[in-house]
Ligand binder design. Structure first.
Ligand SMILES: *Cc1c(COP(=O)(O)O)cnc(C)c1O
Ligand code: SF4
Length: 435
């Protein structure tokens, strides 16, 4: 590429939106609205997403524009007008910062209590930067990988991209990771995540992953890397200075018998359409690594079965395994993107009916709750009661996995917390006090 970092990344600061030439089509009022929202929620774009993925003739309705740029509906009407009034009245930086801080706190920054609940212990002390929620899989948040090549407006990890350090997840070094996993032979999967761990240099990533070539960590068979770089910065795998080194790292791991899974985040088929992403996909495949795909279902971006079925078909054609469809978590800008559970299920079912079995590997729609990943399997009637049929794909207690259970049907429900048990029960089976 030969471009410096400054040239590649467009500014995070809202007042510099105007440096993106394509935004000239919006008037001042629209730009100011974006600026108000960007005080609260993170914004970051780069030349690739702006020039290659957004169809500017369709903006602001273009799905990738909606995925990247702030919109007033991301805040409640009350929060938005409060902040806009403050800014327009020329309030001091401190006053604005205080208001912003309070609004962020009211946006449910830590859904599912994952920060408090899932940090494991090593000799009695917390191993910050790890999460061990499901028996077989440990999540690792390397310190240098807690940013992304651009930011998704719907991101549930948004608090770590804004400056309040109290909202950030703490981070570990590789020595603690290795020590913890040596003692946990039940762990078969390491999931390196962020942010986007592929914002790290290959050299740094290798310091975390090369220890897994050793025989003391042979039980960790699967090394997963959660990333949106295929969408946001595919040159990471093709032409960045250390792209070849990254391919060599994948090869070292696959040659040592590890399964390397790139857990790719794709929201829309347009992200699969450029020459560089296709080149990146085939380079990854040539290392023996596999790519699996996951995405939330989101209003304004992909709430249409035709988008999902064409995305899954294209992924299968390119050698990517469709893996998860998520329901967006109840945090941050979700008010703009959420849809009812009934609609999410309809999108999933219609999409899955229009693809062959090779693309029906996608599971969902799935809600990541503090108890586990709950899949909405269908809507049916039991006796005379209309119900959602639910089951855990993943659970804090492995005994709960794939036990079907029912919730009262509710056409307005958009998250698990909105649901009540069916059949007059007071609690769901996994909420009963254990005897
Ligand atoms: C989704 C998830 C995993 C991985 O689950 P799989 O079903 O094995 O893909 C692991 N840990 C946490 C906390 C998760 O949310
Ligand atoms: S790439 Fe992932 S972590 Fe980064 S902003 Fe998007 S959803 Fe969030």
């Amino acid at each position: 590429m030969g471009q410096s970092m400054e040239a590649r990344y467009l500014p995070i600061l809202p007042r510099e939106f105007r440096s993106i030439p394509q935004l000239a089509k919006f008037d001042d009022a629209a730009l100011n609205e974006m600026g108000v929202v960007a005080r609260v929620l993170p914004f970051k774009a780069n030349h690739y997403v702006v020039n290659e993925l957004i169809d500017w003739d369709k903006a602001p309705d273009d799905p990738i524009f909606a995925l990247l740029f702030p919109h007033r509906e991301m805040l409640s009407a009350r929060h938005f007008s409060e902040l806009q009034t403050l800014i327009q009245a020329g309030a001091s930086d401190d006053q604005v910062r205080l208001a912003v801080h309070r609004i962020r706190r009211e946006l449910n920054p830590h859904p599912g209590e994952q920060v408090q609940n899932n940090v494991p212990l090593l000799d009695g002390s917390r191993v910050e930067g790890l999460q061990h929620k499901y028996r077989e899989t440990v999540l690792f948040f390397p310190k240098a990988g807690q940013t992304c090549h651009a930011y998704c407006t719907f991101c549930f990890r948004w608090p770590q991209f804004v400056e309040d350090s109290s909202m950030r997840m703490a981070l570990a070094d590789s020595e603690m990771l290795v020590q913890y996993l040596r003692r946990h032979e039940e762990v078969t999967d390491l999931l390196v995540t962020g942010g986007d761990p592929l914002t790290m240099t290959t050299r740094r990533l290798a310091t975390y992953l090369d220890p897994f070539l050793g025989s003391d960590l042979e039980h960790v068979q699967n090394i997963r890397i959660g990333t949106k770089a295929l969408s946001f910065w595919p040159s990471r795998f093709v032409s960045d200075d250390d792209a070849d080194d990254l391919m060599r790292l994948f090869e070292r791991l696959t040659s040592a018998g590890r399964h390397v899974a790139v857990m790719a985040h794709f929201n829309h088929p347009v992200e699969l359409s450029t020459n560089v992403v296709r080149r990146a996909i085939s380079r990854i495949a040539s290392t023996g690594a596999q790519i699996r795909s996951q995405s939330p279902v989101l209003r304004h971006i992909n709430d249409d079965p035709a988008i999902w079925s064409s995305m899954w078909k294209e992924q299968v054609r390119l050698g990517i395994h469709p893996y998860y469809m998520f329901v967006a978590r109840d945090t941050g800008a979700r008010r703009r993107f959420d849809l009812s559970l009934e609609r999410a299920l309809q999108v999933y079912q219609e999409a899955v009916r229009n693809v062959s079995g090779l693309a029906r590997t996608a599971r969902g729609p799935s809600m990541s709750t503090s108890a586990g990943k709950i899949e909405i399997q269908g809507i049916t009637t039991v006796g005379r009661e209309k119900v959602f049929l639910l089951s855990f794909i993943q659970a804090r207690n492995p005994e709960w996995v794939r036990q079907p259970f029912f919730a009262q049907f509710d056409e307005n429900a958009s998250w698990f917390d909105d649901l009540k048990p069916a059949g007059g029960e007071r609690q769901f089976f996994f909420q009963m006090p254990s005897s």
